[in-house]
Write a protein that binds this ligand. Structure first.
Ligand code: ADP
Ligand code: ZN
Ligand code: ZN
Length: 672
């Protein structure tokens, strides 16, 4: 205990450093600080931004070691208790320090010591006026939509709902009505609308703005510059913005009064962060709604099994939209066809070509879905067996014909295509397999004169390019659209008569736990782009496994049956969501070192794990080498959430920090 003078005050401060708890600092006598203030403090020898989380009149730190707060950054209102609780929870849950969780949740502008232009920037950000928007016409809700809206309206306090609606059933319209009601009911209330993909936010942002021309609607996503993000964040923090539309990062924003949370396409993988604080924005959405005692709506045509299980258990309430909303729009027919013979040199079977011709003749558009970009996944030499591969990763390099380069899709490494086989000098090296570029080429030959557009990360890599490409499709300037996952999500295309799915089989054979769940969701979503208005659309799936039950469920568009079956299997095999998982991932310059670290970690784990927690043997990761780092992982599984959490806390504190091996702990890993 240091020698205290009467009236001395101390602050508990969190900083962005691993493993560090709340640190005590002295509050200088002439300084006024509040809980939630950002402050500048000295940490070891650096000056860092921290956040005050408590104020007290005594401290355990000896007087000689006790440092004072340098400056209070009272440029904005203090961070509120609700936000502090959220970041504290996220830190505990995902095994990071509170400070790491809190400071990574802040925009760069508020997490660094302010620069000289800061005050001016703030002034400008605050003066910014909402965009003027033309109000949009709104359709009359149909009976299903109305009853969904009413169910939410009637709820009180925390109320989790799953809006399970087929593609094109008008979920967005339901969201807009809920937002409108929420804003009307609480004059200073704010709404968070989470969306998965960046390429969708501009479209949705526009739709929301048009709907609430008098309100400030802001957006947070990784497309925005640091300054734009900080400005949107501040507008929400200060209560000037009433609607926030954003990707997962928006989940960690600071609200003045959150009254409604909506997660669109809740099953989407992008809600789970892949690095840093590996949080699930979907899961935090539910937590946050419960703390704010408000409704949360998880919308999807194919809810995740985690969510589906909660519906079955009665934790979440199911709201269903069984029909397409636009008048006369029906769900498309889904048919399976055989892929072309191997070695035929084409990706489209004769039946597929005929179907394309027929739809083009009607003046409607065709979507071709191929979940692999580039020309071919690998180049190979028939003479010696050489295959193009990445020197830094355990992966093939993909052949990109237009650029004439071989590219690693994992680390970005690339080189020009060699003139001859590097192994034996054979000049006849050939592409194997098919990617979007190759489909585009084939379409050009098969359907001469048709307007073909390819959308994938290669063709629309720059900001705004994707938006422009999609606008072209909407304007009817494209006959054949070929693309990856990017074209699957949410786009409300008006004139697509046929969707052709070219390579579903790769995923049918995948050993990953969630592969089937994800495949169903993707196929349903792509299929959902067909026939969204006007005449009925058609979906053709080329597959060698027409007997697979996944396709039967897809063809009958019966997601509940499929999900129920998967849940039964998972329960029988004791898989997620019936068990709770964490992965310890280690990487090093050699695989032996990574595995040795994990074996030691496993030994430690065996000692402390209670009966409800199982620690498995370490295994190399499927992509074992990435950017010259060798990677391995170890699975921890528990019967319940609480024992997993407790175990991870003690265990991770014992794991050594060495320079030879770096490790991360991932709670609720996306897929293994
Ligand atoms: P989802 O998000 O469920 O796929 P959307 O919200 O994009 O569906 O709606 C699909 C289409 O139906 C949109 O063009 C939308 O304008 C239209 N729509 C939605 N609700 C109605 C309604 N009640 N009456 C007429 N059209 C509607
Ligand atoms: Zn060769
Ligand atoms: Zn690589």
């Amino acid at each position: 205990m240091s020698t205290l003078k009467a009236g001395d005050q101390f602050a508990g401060v969190i900083v962005a450093a691993p493993g560090l708890p709340e640190l005590d600092y002295k509050v200088p006598a002439d300084m006024f600080v509040a809980v939630g203030d950002r402050v500048l403090v000295t940490l070891v020898k650096r000056r860092v931004v921290g956040i005050v989380v408590s104020l007290k009149t005594s401290t355990e730190i000896a007087g000689s070691r006790l440092k004072s707060i340098l400056t209070v950054l009272n440029d904005i209102e203090p961070l509120r208790v609700e936000w502090l609780a959220l970041t504290k929870f996220a830190g505990l849950y995902y095994q990071h320090s509170w400070g790491e969780a809190a400071l990574t949740a802040l925009p760069l502008f508020f997490r660094r010591a302010p620069v000289r232009t800061h005050a001016k920037w703030l002034e400008k950000a605050r003066a910014d006026r909402p965009l003027e928007m033309k109000p949009v016409v709104r359709p009359e809700l149909n009976a299903e939509q109305r009853s969904a809206v009413e169910a939410v309206e009637k709820s009180e306090g925390f109320a989790p709902f799953v809006l399970f609606g087929v593609t094109g059933s008008g979920k967005t319209e339901v969201y807009l009505n809920l937002i409108e009601n929420a804003l009307g009911k609480t004059p200073d209330g704010q709404v968070l609308l989470l969306v998965p993909e960046i390429n969708l936010t501009p479209q949705l942002e526009g739709r929301v703005r048009g709907r609430f021309p008098g309100e400030r609607v802001v957006a947070l996503n990784s497309e925005k510059s640091d300054s734009e993000r900080a400005s949107a964040w501040l507008a929400v923090h200060e209560g000037r913005a009433r609607v926030l539309v954003g990707t997962r990062m928006a989940m960690l924003a600071s609200f003045k009064k959150l009254v409604l949370v909506i997660v669109d396409e809740e099953h989407d993988g992008s809600f789970k962060a892949g690095d840093g604080l590996r949080y699930s924005a979907r899961d935090l959405a539910v937590w946050r709604a419960s703390k704010n005692r408000c409704p949360v709506i998880l919308g999807s045509a194919t809810p995740s099994l985690e969510t589906w299980m909660k519906v079955k258990k009665g934790d979440y309430r199911l709201l269903e939209l069984k029909h397409r909303a636009a008048s006369k729009a029906e769900l498309p027919s889904i048919e399976l066809i055989a892929p072309p013979e191997r070695g035929s040199g084409t990706a489209l079977s004769a039946a597929a070509r005929e179907a394309v011709d027929a739809v083009l003749a009607e003046g409607r558009q065709v979507i071709l879905f191929m979940n692999r970009r580039g020309y071919a996944p690998v180049l190979s030499c028939g003479a010696c067996g050489w295959v193009s591969s990445c020197p830094r990763c355990s992966a093939f390099t993909v052949f990109h014909k237009l650029e004439r380069r071989l590219v690693c899709h994992h680390c970005g490494w690339s080189r020009p295509v060699p003139d001859a086989c590097p192994g034996c000098g054979n000049v006849d090296i050939l592409p194997r397999g098919t990617g979007t570029e190759r489909i585009e080429e084939e379409l050009g030959k098969t359907f001469p004169g048709k307007r073909i557009l390819r959308i994938d990360r290669d063709s629309v890599s720059r900001k705004g390019e994707a938006e422009e490409a999609f606008a072209k499709v909407h304007r009817g300037e494209v006959d054949l659209l070929v693309g990856t996952q990017m074209i699957a999500k949410g786009h409300d295309f008006q004139n697509v008569g046929l969707v052709l799915i070219l390579n579903a089989d790769a995923q049918i054979l995948s050993p990953m736990t969630r592969a089937r769940e994800h495949l169903f969701a993707t196929l349903m979503q792509v299929a959902g782009r067909a026939g969204r208005s006007g005449a009925r659309g058609r979906v053709l799936i080329q597959t060698r496994f027409p007997g697979d039950p996944l396709f039967a469920a897809l063809a009958s568009q019966n997601y509940p049956r499929f999900a129920d079956q998967l849940l039964e299997e998972r329960e029988a095999n004791l898989c997620v969501p019936f068990v709770y998982q964490a992965l310890l991932r280690a990487e090093s310059s050699t695989l032996a070192q990574a595995l040795a670290f994990l074996r030691d970690a496993a030994k430690l784990g065996f000692v402390t794990a209670p009966e409800t927690v199982r620690v498995y043997d370490p295994v190399p990761m499927t992509l074992v080498r990435l950017m010259n780092r060798e990677r391995a992982q170890l699975l921890v599984e528990a019967d319940d959430r609480l024992s997993l959490n407790r175990f991870l806390k003690t265990w991770s504190a014992q794991l050594p920090q060495t320079s030879a091996v770096s490790w991360v702990l991932e709670v609720d890993p996306a897929d293994i």
